[in-house]
Design a protein around this ligand. Structure first.
Ligand code: ADP
Ligand code: ASP
Ligand code: MG
Length: 487
Protein backbone atom coordinates (compact mmCIF):
# COMPACT_ATOMS: atom_id res chain seq x y z
CA UNK A 1 0.00 0.00 0.00
CA UNK A 2 2.77 2.40 0.90
CA UNK A 3 6.42 1.79 0.10
CA UNK A 4 7.41 4.26 2.75
CA UNK A 5 5.37 2.89 5.64
CA UNK A 6 6.83 1.95 9.00
CA UNK A 7 4.84 -0.10 11.49
CA UNK A 8 6.02 0.62 15.03
CA UNK A 9 4.97 -1.55 17.95
CA UNK A 10 5.41 -0.49 21.57
CA UNK A 11 5.41 -3.19 24.25
CA UNK A 12 3.98 -2.97 27.77
CA UNK A 13 7.09 -1.52 29.42
CA UNK A 14 7.51 0.98 26.58
CA UNK A 15 4.07 2.43 27.43
CA UNK A 16 4.32 1.55 31.14
CA UNK A 17 3.68 5.06 32.48
CA UNK A 18 3.14 8.64 31.28
CA UNK A 19 6.84 9.28 30.78
CA UNK A 20 7.24 6.14 28.65
CA UNK A 21 4.14 6.98 26.62
CA UNK A 22 5.54 10.43 25.92
CA UNK A 23 8.85 8.90 24.85
CA UNK A 24 6.98 6.50 22.55
CA UNK A 25 5.01 9.44 21.12
CA UNK A 26 8.25 11.29 20.42
CA UNK A 27 9.65 8.28 18.56
CA UNK A 28 6.49 8.04 16.45
CA UNK A 29 6.36 11.81 15.88
CA UNK A 30 9.94 11.84 14.60
CA UNK A 31 9.20 9.02 12.14
CA UNK A 32 5.88 10.58 11.10
CA UNK A 33 7.77 13.71 10.08
CA UNK A 34 9.59 11.65 7.45
CA UNK A 35 7.03 9.13 6.22
CA UNK A 36 3.87 7.20 7.07
CA UNK A 37 3.63 5.41 10.40
CA UNK A 38 1.15 2.95 11.85
CA UNK A 39 1.64 2.52 15.61
CA UNK A 40 0.64 -0.70 17.36
CA UNK A 41 0.40 -0.61 21.11
CA UNK A 42 0.36 -3.11 23.98
CA UNK A 43 -1.47 -2.59 27.25
CA UNK A 44 0.43 -0.63 29.91
CA UNK A 45 2.79 -3.09 31.68
CA UNK A 46 1.01 -5.41 34.08
CA UNK A 47 -2.51 -4.48 32.95
CA UNK A 48 -3.27 -7.64 30.96
CA UNK A 49 -2.19 -9.80 33.90
CA UNK A 50 -4.44 -7.79 36.19
CA UNK A 51 -7.39 -8.15 33.82
CA UNK A 52 -6.94 -11.90 33.55
CA UNK A 53 -6.57 -12.28 37.32
CA UNK A 54 -9.77 -10.30 37.90
CA UNK A 55 -11.60 -12.43 35.32
CA UNK A 56 -10.41 -15.62 37.01
CA UNK A 57 -11.29 -14.38 40.49
CA UNK A 58 -14.74 -13.41 39.22
CA UNK A 59 -15.18 -16.86 37.73
CA UNK A 60 -14.94 -18.39 41.20
CA UNK A 61 -17.50 -15.97 42.56
CA UNK A 62 -15.33 -13.13 43.89
CA UNK A 63 -17.78 -10.25 43.52
CA UNK A 64 -15.26 -7.68 44.78
CA UNK A 65 -12.73 -8.40 42.01
CA UNK A 66 -14.55 -6.20 39.47
CA UNK A 67 -14.55 -3.15 41.74
CA UNK A 68 -10.90 -3.55 42.68
CA UNK A 69 -9.98 -3.89 39.04
CA UNK A 70 -11.91 -0.76 38.09
CA UNK A 71 -10.18 1.24 40.78
CA UNK A 72 -6.67 0.07 39.82
CA UNK A 73 -7.26 0.70 36.12
CA UNK A 74 -8.77 4.10 36.81
CA UNK A 75 -5.85 5.21 38.97
CA UNK A 76 -3.17 3.99 36.60
CA UNK A 77 -4.72 5.48 33.47
CA UNK A 78 -6.07 8.66 35.05
CA UNK A 79 -2.58 9.37 36.43
CA UNK A 80 -1.20 9.11 32.89
CA UNK A 81 -3.93 11.34 31.41
CA UNK A 82 -3.13 14.10 33.86
CA UNK A 83 0.52 14.16 32.94
CA UNK A 84 0.05 13.67 29.21
CA UNK A 85 -2.85 15.96 28.28
CA UNK A 86 -2.58 19.68 28.99
CA UNK A 87 -5.95 21.02 27.91
CA UNK A 88 -8.77 20.54 30.45
CA UNK A 89 -11.54 19.77 27.92
CA UNK A 90 -9.44 17.25 26.04
CA UNK A 91 -8.42 15.66 29.30
CA UNK A 92 -12.05 15.29 30.38
CA UNK A 93 -13.02 13.84 27.03
CA UNK A 94 -10.25 11.26 27.13
CA UNK A 95 -11.04 10.39 30.75
CA UNK A 96 -14.68 9.80 29.76
CA UNK A 97 -13.67 7.49 26.91
CA UNK A 98 -11.41 5.45 29.18
CA UNK A 99 -14.07 5.34 31.89
CA UNK A 100 -16.50 3.80 29.43
CA UNK A 101 -14.04 0.99 28.60
CA UNK A 102 -13.34 0.40 32.30
CA UNK A 103 -17.07 0.22 33.02
CA UNK A 104 -17.56 -2.24 30.19
CA UNK A 105 -14.86 -4.56 31.52
CA UNK A 106 -16.12 -4.21 35.08
CA UNK A 107 -19.62 -5.27 34.01
CA UNK A 108 -18.16 -8.29 32.25
CA UNK A 109 -16.37 -9.28 35.48
CA UNK A 110 -19.55 -8.76 37.53
CA UNK A 111 -21.54 -10.90 35.10
CA UNK A 112 -18.84 -13.58 35.31
CA UNK A 113 -18.96 -13.53 39.13
CA UNK A 114 -22.75 -13.86 39.15
CA UNK A 115 -22.74 -16.74 36.71
CA UNK A 116 -19.53 -18.24 38.09
CA UNK A 117 -18.62 -19.01 34.55
CA UNK A 118 -15.84 -17.60 32.40
CA UNK A 119 -16.13 -18.49 28.74
CA UNK A 120 -13.06 -18.11 26.51
CA UNK A 121 -14.99 -15.46 24.63
CA UNK A 122 -15.61 -13.39 27.77
CA UNK A 123 -12.00 -13.82 28.85
CA UNK A 124 -10.90 -12.36 25.50
CA UNK A 125 -13.27 -9.44 25.89
CA UNK A 126 -11.94 -8.73 29.38
CA UNK A 127 -8.25 -9.21 28.59
CA UNK A 128 -8.41 -6.91 25.55
CA UNK A 129 -9.29 -3.83 27.60
CA UNK A 130 -5.65 -2.88 28.33
CA UNK A 131 -4.83 -2.24 24.66
CA UNK A 132 -8.06 -0.32 24.14
CA UNK A 133 -7.04 2.01 26.96
CA UNK A 134 -3.38 2.44 26.04
CA UNK A 135 -4.06 3.10 22.33
CA UNK A 136 -6.18 6.09 23.32
CA UNK A 137 -3.44 7.36 25.62
CA UNK A 138 -0.75 7.14 22.94
CA UNK A 139 -2.99 8.79 20.32
CA UNK A 140 -3.63 11.67 22.73
CA UNK A 141 0.07 11.97 23.55
CA UNK A 142 0.77 12.25 19.82
CA UNK A 143 -1.84 14.96 19.38
CA UNK A 144 -0.16 16.85 22.23
CA UNK A 145 2.99 16.84 20.08
CA UNK A 146 1.02 18.27 17.16
CA UNK A 147 0.77 14.96 15.28
CA UNK A 148 -2.59 14.08 13.79
CA UNK A 149 -3.37 10.67 15.35
CA UNK A 150 -6.40 8.40 15.76
CA UNK A 151 -6.87 5.42 18.08
CA UNK A 152 -8.16 2.47 16.05
CA UNK A 153 -9.55 -0.80 17.35
CA UNK A 154 -7.86 -3.77 15.69
CA UNK A 155 -11.29 -5.46 15.63
CA UNK A 156 -11.85 -3.23 12.60
CA UNK A 157 -8.65 -4.39 10.89
CA UNK A 158 -7.45 -7.88 11.83
CA UNK A 159 -9.85 -10.61 10.79
CA UNK A 160 -9.25 -13.92 12.55
CA UNK A 161 -10.68 -17.40 12.94
CA UNK A 162 -12.83 -18.00 16.02
CA UNK A 163 -10.23 -19.61 18.31
CA UNK A 164 -10.58 -17.45 21.40
CA UNK A 165 -7.29 -16.82 23.17
CA UNK A 166 -5.15 -17.99 20.26
CA UNK A 167 -6.81 -16.72 17.12
CA UNK A 168 -5.10 -16.90 13.75
CA UNK A 169 -5.39 -14.12 11.20
CA UNK A 170 -7.18 -14.56 7.88
CA UNK A 171 -4.71 -12.68 5.76
CA UNK A 172 -6.65 -11.71 2.65
CA UNK A 173 -9.69 -10.51 4.64
CA UNK A 174 -7.32 -8.59 6.92
CA UNK A 175 -5.59 -7.01 3.94
CA UNK A 176 -8.91 -5.83 2.57
CA UNK A 177 -10.21 -4.39 5.83
CA UNK A 178 -6.97 -2.87 7.05
CA UNK A 179 -6.31 -1.17 3.73
CA UNK A 180 -9.85 0.19 3.46
CA UNK A 181 -9.75 1.58 6.99
CA UNK A 182 -6.16 2.84 7.20
CA UNK A 183 -5.36 4.11 3.69
CA UNK A 184 -7.58 7.22 4.01
CA UNK A 185 -6.00 8.06 7.38
CA UNK A 186 -2.48 7.66 6.04
CA UNK A 187 -3.40 9.72 2.97
CA UNK A 188 -4.30 12.64 5.23
CA UNK A 189 -1.02 12.15 7.12
CA UNK A 190 -2.70 10.89 10.24
CA UNK A 191 -1.05 8.22 12.42
CA UNK A 192 -3.36 5.30 13.24
CA UNK A 193 -2.63 3.99 16.75
CA UNK A 194 -3.89 0.42 16.66
CA UNK A 195 -4.64 -1.83 19.62
CA UNK A 196 -2.21 -4.79 19.57
CA UNK A 197 -3.16 -8.32 20.67
CA UNK A 198 -6.74 -8.11 19.37
CA UNK A 199 -8.68 -9.14 16.30
CA UNK A 200 -12.23 -10.11 15.44
CA UNK A 201 -13.91 -12.86 13.48
CA UNK A 202 -15.66 -12.06 10.19
CA UNK A 203 -18.85 -11.61 12.21
CA UNK A 204 -17.20 -9.16 14.56
CA UNK A 205 -16.63 -11.35 17.63
CA UNK A 206 -13.55 -10.07 19.47
CA UNK A 207 -10.60 -12.49 19.67
CA UNK A 208 -7.05 -12.28 21.01
CA UNK A 209 -3.89 -13.60 19.40
CA UNK A 210 -2.36 -15.12 22.56
CA UNK A 211 -0.21 -13.64 25.32
CA UNK A 212 2.49 -11.37 23.99
CA UNK A 213 0.56 -11.21 20.72
CA UNK A 214 1.04 -7.52 19.98
CA UNK A 215 4.30 -8.37 18.18
CA UNK A 216 2.23 -10.61 15.91
CA UNK A 217 -0.34 -7.81 15.40
CA UNK A 218 2.48 -5.56 14.18
CA UNK A 219 3.83 -8.01 11.62
CA UNK A 220 0.35 -8.97 10.43
CA UNK A 221 -0.39 -5.30 9.75
CA UNK A 222 3.07 -4.70 8.30
CA UNK A 223 2.59 -7.59 5.87
CA UNK A 224 -0.91 -6.66 4.69
CA UNK A 225 0.00 -2.99 4.32
CA UNK A 226 3.25 -3.80 2.46
CA UNK A 227 5.28 -1.85 4.99
CA UNK A 228 8.90 -0.92 4.33
CA UNK A 229 9.84 -2.20 7.78
CA UNK A 230 8.48 -3.09 11.19
CA UNK A 231 10.09 -1.80 14.36
CA UNK A 232 9.34 -3.57 17.63
CA UNK A 233 10.21 -1.15 20.41
CA UNK A 234 10.86 -2.93 23.68
CA UNK A 235 12.86 -2.67 26.91
CA UNK A 236 16.13 -4.30 25.78
CA UNK A 237 18.64 -3.32 23.09
CA UNK A 238 17.49 -5.97 20.62
CA UNK A 239 17.67 -9.73 20.39
CA UNK A 240 20.43 -10.73 22.77
CA UNK A 241 22.63 -13.80 22.89
CA UNK A 242 20.55 -14.88 25.95
CA UNK A 243 17.86 -13.46 28.17
CA UNK A 244 19.74 -10.70 30.05
CA UNK A 245 17.82 -11.64 33.20
CA UNK A 246 19.63 -14.99 33.10
CA UNK A 247 22.94 -13.89 31.61
CA UNK A 248 23.83 -10.30 32.48
CA UNK A 249 26.75 -10.27 30.03
CA UNK A 250 24.54 -11.26 27.08
CA UNK A 251 25.14 -9.20 23.97
CA UNK A 252 22.96 -7.65 21.29
CA UNK A 253 23.00 -9.42 17.94
CA UNK A 254 23.28 -7.06 14.97
CA UNK A 255 21.47 -9.14 12.40
CA UNK A 256 19.81 -12.54 12.46
CA UNK A 257 17.64 -14.45 10.02
CA UNK A 258 13.88 -14.98 10.20
CA UNK A 259 14.51 -18.65 10.87
CA UNK A 260 16.90 -17.99 13.73
CA UNK A 261 14.60 -15.39 15.27
CA UNK A 262 11.61 -17.72 14.95
CA UNK A 263 13.54 -20.53 16.60
CA UNK A 264 14.66 -18.26 19.44
CA UNK A 265 11.12 -17.03 19.96
CA UNK A 266 9.69 -20.55 19.85
CA UNK A 267 12.17 -21.79 22.45
CA UNK A 268 11.57 -19.06 24.97
CA UNK A 269 13.09 -15.71 23.93
CA UNK A 270 10.19 -13.65 25.20
CA UNK A 271 11.36 -10.61 23.28
CA UNK A 272 9.37 -11.94 20.28
CA UNK A 273 6.03 -13.71 20.18
CA UNK A 274 6.68 -17.12 18.55
CA UNK A 275 4.52 -16.32 15.51
CA UNK A 276 5.93 -12.84 14.89
CA UNK A 277 8.00 -13.70 11.83
CA UNK A 278 5.38 -15.74 10.01
CA UNK A 279 3.57 -12.94 8.20
CA UNK A 280 6.67 -11.10 6.99
CA UNK A 281 9.20 -13.72 6.00
CA UNK A 282 7.67 -14.45 2.61
CA UNK A 283 7.65 -10.80 1.59
CA UNK A 284 11.10 -10.30 3.19
CA UNK A 285 10.01 -7.26 5.17
CA UNK A 286 12.75 -6.45 7.69
CA UNK A 287 11.83 -6.46 11.38
CA UNK A 288 13.87 -4.43 13.86
CA UNK A 289 13.96 -4.96 17.60
CA UNK A 290 14.94 -1.73 19.33
CA UNK A 291 15.09 -0.24 22.81
CA UNK A 292 12.46 2.47 23.35
CA UNK A 293 14.47 3.69 26.35
CA UNK A 294 17.62 4.11 24.21
CA UNK A 295 16.26 4.94 20.76
CA UNK A 296 19.68 6.05 19.52
CA UNK A 297 20.88 2.40 19.59
CA UNK A 298 20.59 0.44 16.34
CA UNK A 299 18.97 -2.70 17.71
CA UNK A 300 18.75 -6.04 15.94
CA UNK A 301 17.72 -6.39 12.32
CA UNK A 302 15.89 -9.56 11.33
CA UNK A 303 16.12 -10.38 7.63
CA UNK A 304 15.77 -13.31 5.26
CA UNK A 305 19.47 -14.13 5.27
CA UNK A 306 20.77 -12.84 8.59
CA UNK A 307 24.51 -13.07 8.16
CA UNK A 308 24.48 -15.37 5.14
CA UNK A 309 28.13 -16.31 5.16
CA UNK A 310 28.39 -17.14 8.83
CA UNK A 311 27.23 -20.15 10.73
CA UNK A 312 27.39 -21.31 14.28
CA UNK A 313 25.79 -20.68 17.62
CA UNK A 314 24.04 -17.34 17.90
CA UNK A 315 22.14 -17.55 21.17
CA UNK A 316 20.99 -19.70 24.07
CA UNK A 317 17.34 -19.73 25.09
CA UNK A 318 15.52 -21.18 28.06
CA UNK A 319 11.97 -22.09 28.78
CA UNK A 320 10.49 -22.95 32.14
CA UNK A 321 6.79 -23.51 32.97
CA UNK A 322 6.90 -26.59 30.82
CA UNK A 323 6.05 -30.18 31.70
CA UNK A 324 7.61 -33.45 30.57
CA UNK A 325 5.12 -36.25 30.06
CA UNK A 326 6.34 -39.81 29.67
CA UNK A 327 4.33 -42.74 28.43
CA UNK A 328 6.34 -45.84 29.09
CA UNK A 329 6.94 -49.36 30.07
CA UNK A 330 8.73 -52.35 28.62
CA UNK A 331 5.54 -53.38 26.91
CA UNK A 332 5.46 -50.43 24.57
CA UNK A 333 8.45 -51.54 22.53
CA UNK A 334 6.93 -52.83 19.34
CA UNK A 335 3.39 -52.09 20.47
CA UNK A 336 1.72 -50.69 17.38
CA UNK A 337 0.07 -47.30 17.47
CA UNK A 338 1.46 -46.07 20.79
CA UNK A 339 2.99 -42.92 19.31
CA UNK A 340 -0.13 -42.24 17.28
CA UNK A 341 -2.35 -42.70 20.33
CA UNK A 342 -0.09 -40.50 22.48
CA UNK A 343 -0.07 -37.56 20.10
CA UNK A 344 -3.74 -37.92 19.22
CA UNK A 345 -4.46 -37.57 22.93
CA UNK A 346 -2.21 -34.51 23.16
CA UNK A 347 -3.97 -33.02 20.16
CA UNK A 348 -7.43 -33.61 21.64
CA UNK A 349 -6.25 -31.78 24.75
CA UNK A 350 -5.18 -28.96 22.39
CA UNK A 351 -1.75 -29.11 23.98
CA UNK A 352 1.09 -27.21 22.42
CA UNK A 353 3.74 -29.95 21.99
CA UNK A 354 7.04 -28.10 22.26
CA UNK A 355 9.29 -31.01 21.63
CA UNK A 356 9.44 -34.73 21.49
CA UNK A 357 12.41 -36.21 23.23
CA UNK A 358 14.27 -39.43 23.52
CA UNK A 359 14.70 -40.98 26.92
CA UNK A 360 17.84 -42.90 27.66
CA UNK A 361 16.07 -46.26 28.01
CA UNK A 362 14.24 -46.15 24.70
CA UNK A 363 11.21 -47.71 26.38
CA UNK A 364 9.44 -44.42 26.71
CA UNK A 365 7.78 -41.80 24.60
CA UNK A 366 8.45 -38.39 26.12
CA UNK A 367 7.18 -35.03 25.09
CA UNK A 368 7.05 -31.57 26.53
CA UNK A 369 4.11 -29.23 26.65
CA UNK A 370 3.21 -25.92 28.30
CA UNK A 371 2.48 -26.62 31.96
CA UNK A 372 -0.94 -25.01 31.55
CA UNK A 373 -1.90 -27.85 29.17
CA UNK A 374 -0.62 -30.67 31.41
CA UNK A 375 -3.69 -31.66 33.44
CA UNK A 376 -5.91 -31.82 30.34
CA UNK A 377 -3.33 -33.81 28.41
CA UNK A 378 -2.79 -36.38 31.16
CA UNK A 379 -6.54 -36.89 31.45
CA UNK A 380 -6.76 -37.53 27.68
CA UNK A 381 -3.79 -39.92 27.84
CA UNK A 382 -5.24 -41.91 30.73
CA UNK A 383 -8.50 -42.27 28.84
CA UNK A 384 -6.75 -43.25 25.60
CA UNK A 385 -4.50 -45.83 27.30
CA UNK A 386 -7.06 -47.12 29.84
CA UNK A 387 -7.07 -50.66 28.55
CA UNK A 388 -3.29 -50.78 27.87
CA UNK A 389 -2.68 -49.61 31.45
CA UNK A 390 -5.05 -52.25 32.77
CA UNK A 391 -3.25 -54.97 30.79
CA UNK A 392 0.17 -53.58 31.83
CA UNK A 393 1.22 -53.03 28.22
CA UNK A 394 1.75 -49.45 29.16
CA UNK A 395 3.19 -49.31 32.66
CA UNK A 396 3.09 -45.65 33.44
CA UNK A 397 2.13 -42.17 32.40
CA UNK A 398 4.32 -39.82 34.43
CA UNK A 399 4.44 -36.07 34.71
CA UNK A 400 7.48 -33.94 35.59
CA UNK A 401 6.84 -30.21 35.88
CA UNK A 402 10.20 -29.51 37.45
CA UNK A 403 12.10 -29.17 34.21
CA UNK A 404 13.25 -26.58 31.70
CA UNK A 405 14.18 -26.64 28.05
CA UNK A 406 17.44 -25.01 27.07
CA UNK A 407 18.16 -24.56 23.37
CA UNK A 408 21.36 -23.69 21.55
CA UNK A 409 20.26 -21.78 18.47
CA UNK A 410 22.02 -20.83 15.25
CA UNK A 411 21.86 -21.14 11.50
CA UNK A 412 22.38 -24.57 9.93
CA UNK A 413 23.49 -26.32 13.12
CA UNK A 414 22.19 -29.77 12.42
CA UNK A 415 24.99 -31.85 11.15
CA UNK A 416 27.59 -29.29 12.15
CA UNK A 417 30.01 -31.49 14.03
CA UNK A 418 31.09 -30.41 17.45
CA UNK A 419 28.16 -28.39 18.70
CA UNK A 420 26.37 -31.22 20.44
CA UNK A 421 29.67 -32.55 21.76
CA UNK A 422 30.71 -29.22 23.21
CA UNK A 423 27.26 -28.71 24.69
CA UNK A 424 27.30 -32.03 26.49
CA UNK A 425 30.88 -31.84 27.68
CA UNK A 426 30.39 -28.29 29.02
CA UNK A 427 27.50 -29.58 31.11
CA UNK A 428 29.22 -32.84 31.99
CA UNK A 429 32.18 -30.91 33.44
CA UNK A 430 29.75 -29.16 35.77
CA UNK A 431 28.00 -32.37 36.78
CA UNK A 432 24.70 -31.30 35.26
CA UNK A 433 22.29 -34.05 34.47
CA UNK A 434 20.65 -33.94 31.04
CA UNK A 435 17.21 -35.49 31.36
CA UNK A 436 16.54 -35.76 27.65
CA UNK A 437 17.79 -34.53 24.32
CA UNK A 438 15.39 -33.06 21.86
CA UNK A 439 15.02 -34.62 18.49
CA UNK A 440 14.19 -31.62 16.38
CA UNK A 441 14.08 -31.76 12.64
CA UNK A 442 15.00 -28.12 12.46
CA UNK A 443 18.48 -27.14 11.40
CA UNK A 444 18.49 -24.28 13.83
CA UNK A 445 18.75 -25.76 17.28
CA UNK A 446 19.99 -28.42 19.62
CA UNK A 447 17.76 -28.56 22.67
CA UNK A 448 17.98 -30.32 25.96
CA UNK A 449 15.82 -30.92 28.96
CA UNK A 450 17.33 -30.18 32.37
CA UNK A 451 16.08 -29.75 35.91
CA UNK A 452 14.35 -26.40 36.37
CA UNK A 453 16.63 -25.51 39.28
CA UNK A 454 19.69 -25.86 37.02
CA UNK A 455 18.33 -23.81 34.12
CA UNK A 456 20.19 -20.60 34.89
CA UNK A 457 23.51 -22.41 35.36
CA UNK A 458 23.03 -24.35 32.12
CA UNK A 459 22.30 -21.21 30.11
CA UNK A 460 25.29 -19.41 31.59
CA UNK A 461 27.58 -22.38 31.02
CA UNK A 462 26.58 -22.73 27.36
CA UNK A 463 26.69 -18.98 26.77
CA UNK A 464 30.31 -18.91 27.85
CA UNK A 465 31.19 -22.26 26.19
CA UNK A 466 30.26 -20.72 22.82
CA UNK A 467 31.96 -17.40 23.56
CA UNK A 468 28.82 -15.32 23.26
CA UNK A 469 29.50 -12.88 26.10
CA UNK A 470 29.86 -9.18 25.69
CA UNK A 471 33.30 -7.83 24.96
CA UNK A 472 34.53 -4.28 24.38
CA UNK A 473 31.51 -3.14 22.38
CA UNK A 474 27.95 -4.22 23.07
CA UNK A 475 27.30 -4.33 19.35
CA UNK A 476 30.38 -6.23 18.34
CA UNK A 477 29.29 -8.91 15.96
CA UNK A 478 29.02 -12.36 17.45
CA UNK A 479 29.90 -13.77 14.08
CA UNK A 480 33.46 -12.50 14.44
CA UNK A 481 34.07 -14.53 17.55
CA UNK A 482 36.98 -16.89 17.30
CA UNK A 483 35.05 -19.42 19.34
CA UNK A 484 32.70 -19.79 16.42
CA UNK A 485 35.38 -20.61 13.95
CA UNK A 486 35.61 -24.05 15.44
CA UNK A 487 31.91 -24.92 15.37
P1 ADP B 1 7.43 -6.13 25.50
O1 ADP B 1 6.58 -5.78 26.68
O2 ADP B 1 8.16 -4.97 24.92
O3 ADP B 1 6.70 -6.95 24.49
P2 ADP B 1 8.64 -8.52 26.61
O4 ADP B 1 8.75 -8.48 28.08
O5 ADP B 1 7.54 -9.31 26.00
O6 ADP B 1 8.62 -7.00 26.09
O7 ADP B 1 10.02 -9.01 25.97
C1 ADP B 1 11.22 -8.36 26.34
C2 ADP B 1 11.97 -9.21 27.35
O8 ADP B 1 12.34 -10.44 26.74
C3 ADP B 1 13.27 -8.63 27.81
O9 ADP B 1 13.10 -7.72 28.88
C4 ADP B 1 14.10 -9.86 28.18
O10 ADP B 1 14.14 -10.08 29.58
C5 ADP B 1 13.35 -11.02 27.55
N1 ADP B 1 14.22 -11.86 26.72
C6 ADP B 1 14.29 -13.21 26.79
N2 ADP B 1 15.20 -13.68 25.93
C7 ADP B 1 15.73 -12.62 25.28
C8 ADP B 1 16.73 -12.47 24.25
N3 ADP B 1 17.36 -13.52 23.71
N4 ADP B 1 17.01 -11.22 23.81
C9 ADP B 1 16.36 -10.15 24.33
N5 ADP B 1 15.43 -10.24 25.31
C10 ADP B 1 15.11 -11.46 25.77
N1 ASP C 1 -0.92 -7.14 26.47
C1 ASP C 1 -0.82 -8.47 25.93
C2 ASP C 1 -0.11 -9.38 26.90
O1 ASP C 1 0.32 -8.94 27.96
C3 ASP C 1 -0.20 -8.51 24.57
C4 ASP C 1 1.21 -7.97 24.48
O2 ASP C 1 1.67 -7.28 25.38
O3 ASP C 1 1.86 -8.25 23.48
O4 ASP C 1 -0.01 -10.55 26.65
MG1 MG D 1 6.17 -9.01 24.43
Amino acid sequence: MNGNLQVMKFGGTSVGNAECIRRAAEIVARAAGEGSVVAVVSAMGGVTNRLIEAAQASAVGDIGAAGNLAETLRQQHQGAIEILVGDGDKRAQLAAELKEIIEEVTSLCRGTALLRELTPRTLDAISSAGERLSARLLASALRELGVNAAAIEATELIVTDNHSGRAEPLISETRERATARLAPLLAERSVPVVTGFIGATVDGMLTTLGRGGSDYSATILGAVLDAKEIIIWTDVDGVLTADPRLVPEARTLQEISYNEAAELAYFGAKVLHPKTLRPVSEASIPVWIRNSFLPEQNGTKITATGHPTRRGVKAITAMSNVTLITVGGRGIVGLPGVAAKTFTAAASAQANVLLISQSSSGNDICFIIDSGDAARTVAELRAAFASDLAHKEVEHITVNADIAIVAVVGERMRGTPGIAGRTFSALGRRGINIIAIAQGSSEYNVSLVVEAGEMREVVQALHSEFGLQRRASRFESVESESALASV
